[in-house]
Design a protein around this ligand. Structure first.
Ligand SMILES: NC(=O)c1ccc[n+]([C@@H]2O[C@H](COP(=O)([O-])OP(=O)(O)OC[C@H]3O[C@@H](n4cnc5c(N)ncnc54)[C@H](O)[C@@H]3O)[C@@H](O)[C@H]2O)c1
Length: 258
């Protein structure tokens, strides 16, 4: 019940899916949680569900592609909770197009959220964490597609590859400068969320058929649940992972073992 006791966590894209699971789990383990998302209704709703369970949470509107939104998010978190210890850079979008079909507009839109969003979050988290004297952790949401390629996800793979390596660069920077900030990445395989439901629709398939098909592509035989990923996130967010920085935790039902 107290793996994150005394810590303040921001979760980007925290209103739905994997981010929602993070917010629920982190609050149950004692963190004060700030849910940052463009989906105001779902974010407010989740914050009130967490408070109803006896946890502490609030929603703040955040578009991760916008620098001013990040500055406002940190200002809000510091004025409300006094500090920030954890950032989960989770918000992301997907686009089912290969390199030939991807337009420059597609590329710029997706990279703005998945890559620039993580850059901005990491940069400003370090600025707001480095002098607070407490153990801090940044967890960046990459993907199996930040480790291996998938032909139908060109911009998505590029964005997640950038997250994998930016994480290592930021981890080295914090280590060299003596900051008490660790930076790691988490790499899910396919997980049942609204993102993969959209992929099913893009592929013209029912979600049942799509999930059965992609489930078979994982050696374990099925796709993941949001909480499967949240358990990896909480390990990296907590002081249990004090010797981990610049590392990748893969939670993929064996996808990248092949
Ligand atoms: N679901 C999967 O199979 C899977 C696999 C690997 C990695 N991921 C990654 O996990 C993360 C979460 O995905 P999910 O499956 O939970 O998706 P989801 O669509 O269920 O949830 C994503 C959340 O991000 C929010 N969001 C979208 N754009 C945003 C923006 N510009 N600013 C702030 N919030 C924004 C959405 O409103 C939503 O609440 C993403 O980075 C995704 O790429 C997902």
């Amino acid at each position: 019940m107290d793996r994150l006791q005394g810590k303040v966590a921001i979760v980007s894209g925290g209103a739905l899916g994997i981010g929602e699971a993070d917010c629920l789990l982190f609050a149950r383990e004692g963190a004060k949680v700030v849910i940052g998302d463009i989906n105001v209704e779902a974010g407010e709703n989740l914050a009130s569900r967490i408070r109803d369970e006896g946890g502490e949470a609030s929603f703040f509107p955040l578009d991760v592609a916008k620098e001013e939104d990040w500055l406002d998010m940190f200002k809000y978190t510091l004025s409300t909770y006094g500090k920030v210890n954890i950032l989960i850079n989770n918000a992301g979008v997907s686009l089912g197009k290969d390199i030939e079909a991807t337009t420059l507009d597609d590329w710029n839109w997706l990279m703005g959220i998945n890559s620039t969003g993580v850059f901005l979050g990491t940069k400003y988290a370090i600025a707001h964490m480095k002098d607070n004297g407490e153990n801090c952790s940044i967890v960046n949401r990459s993907s199996i597609d930040g480790q291996v390629g998938e032909s139908g996800l060109a911009a998505y793979c590029a964005s997640k590859g950038s997250v994998t390596i930016l994480t290592k660069s930021a981890a080295l920077c914090c280590g060299e400068k003596g900051y008490k900030i660790r930076v790691n990445s988490v790499h899910p395989g396919y997980v049942h969320t609204s993102l993969t439901e959209k992929e099913a629709a893009d592929a013209g398939m029912s979600k049942e058929d799509y999930f059965a098909k992609v489930g078979k592509m994982h050696p374990i035989g099925y796709i993941g649940k949001p909480m499967d990923i949240a358990y990896a996130d909480i390990f990296l967010a907590s002081d249990e992972s004090m010797f981990s920085t610049g590392s990748e935790i893969t939670v993929d039902g064996g996808w990248t073992a092949q």
